[in-house]
Design a protein around this ligand. Structure first.
Ligand code: OGA
Ligand code: NI
Length: 313
């Protein structure tokens, strides 16, 4: 099998540009995932974010997680747990408005670093969207505009730690799913592994790598590209040793953005993906996240949408 795609973004500036664009295209078409090095986000900022995230976990989250585990009897389960994940998380929103100042228990330094990191990730996300446009033959700015809605994109970060787990075969760190949104940028632990993606029926590790950013594509890009790019199923396998840090930032459509396949990517009579308002998709996703994505798309196909009111009369 081919190796997990690693893209050196610096190579876009020289003789390697064409080969690098080709590599990104192949990753989007065949993996739904790739890992970026030399992405331009300062390594010292990443080091600060990592240090503060790990400190915050130890100070504010770890004890709470242990109490939750023991209250649910999770460490002693005998059968597969299907309704919970072995993860400790909190969420930050950056766009359309930041809520970082309202999140409790964060130091000023942590708030400031996360804001700075989010700004860099936002820029990187938009750069990547334009690289995807280029590969897809869409005009520059098309994807950014497609996700924009009336107030701009929704951009948020899920800060997670996956603590050591005594029963990783019975409890997943995070159960298999595809991501709902646009493009996802992940800063993951460089030592403790666990993230896997499903490729050709096999679970493949996303290799930890110092200072890299892992990129994956969500359901909305699958719809907009009319299936040329697919959102790929992934999961986190908990480890028996070590706590895995993962900071996942989701560049998603604005809630009122209308999502539909780009007309130039629809071959004649081949329109297979539906049109819907992103907020409606998210309402469905909230209930069906850990199930196959196809029924989510199906639910918005014209014939089914029309059935809705009839069925409820
Ligand atoms: C997610 C996700 C992966 C990770 O939050 O959707 O897939 O490594 N996270 O935390
Ligand atoms: Ni995910």
């Amino acid at each position: 099998m081919d190796n997990f795609p690693i893209i050196n973004l610096e190579n876009l500036n020289g003789d390697e540009r064409k080969a690098t664009m080709e590599k990104i295209k192949d990753a989007c078409e065949n993996w739904g995932f790739f890992e970026l090095v030399n992405h331009g986000i300062p390594h010292d900022l990443m080091d600060t974010v990592e240090r503060l995230t790990k400190e915050h976990y130890r100070k504010c989250m770890e004890q709470r997680f242990k109490e939750l585990v023991s209250s649910k009897g999770l460490e002693a389960v005998q059968t597969e747990v299907k309704d919970m994940d072995w993860e400790s998380t909190f969420h930050l929103r950056h766009l359309p408005e930041s809520n970082i100042s309202e999140i409790p228990d964060l130091s000023d330094e942590y708030r400031k670093s996360m804001k700075e990191f989010a700004l860099k990730l936002e820029t990187l996300a938009e750069e990547l969207l334009d690289l995807l446009c280029e590969n897809l033959g869409l005009e520059k700015g098309y994807l950014k505009k497609a996700l924009y809605g009336s107030k701009g994109p929704t951009f948020g970060t899920k800060v997670a730690n996956y603590p050591p787990c005594p029963k990783p075969d019975l409890v997943k760190g995070l159960r298999a799913h595809t991501d709902a949104g646009g493009i996802i940028l992940l800063f993951q632990d460089d030592k403790v592994s666990g993230l896997q993606l499903l490729k050709d029926g096999n679970w493949v590790d996303v290799p930890p790598m110092h200072h890299s950013i892992v990129i994956n594509l969500g359901d909305q890009l699958e719809v907009i590209t009319n299936g040329k790019y697919k959102s790929v199923e992934h999961r986190v396998v908990a480890q028996t040793d070590g706590t895995r840090m993962s900071i996942a930032s989701f560049y998603n459509p604005g809630s009122d953005a209308v999502i539909y396949p780009a007309p130039t990517l629809i071959e004649e009579n081949n329109e297979i993906y539906p049109k819907f308002v992103f907020e409606d998709y998210m309402n469905l996703y909230a209930r069906l996240k850990f199930q196959a994505k196809e029924p989510r798309f199906e639910a918005f196909k014209e014939s089914n949408v029309n059935l809705g009111p009839i069925a409820t009369v």
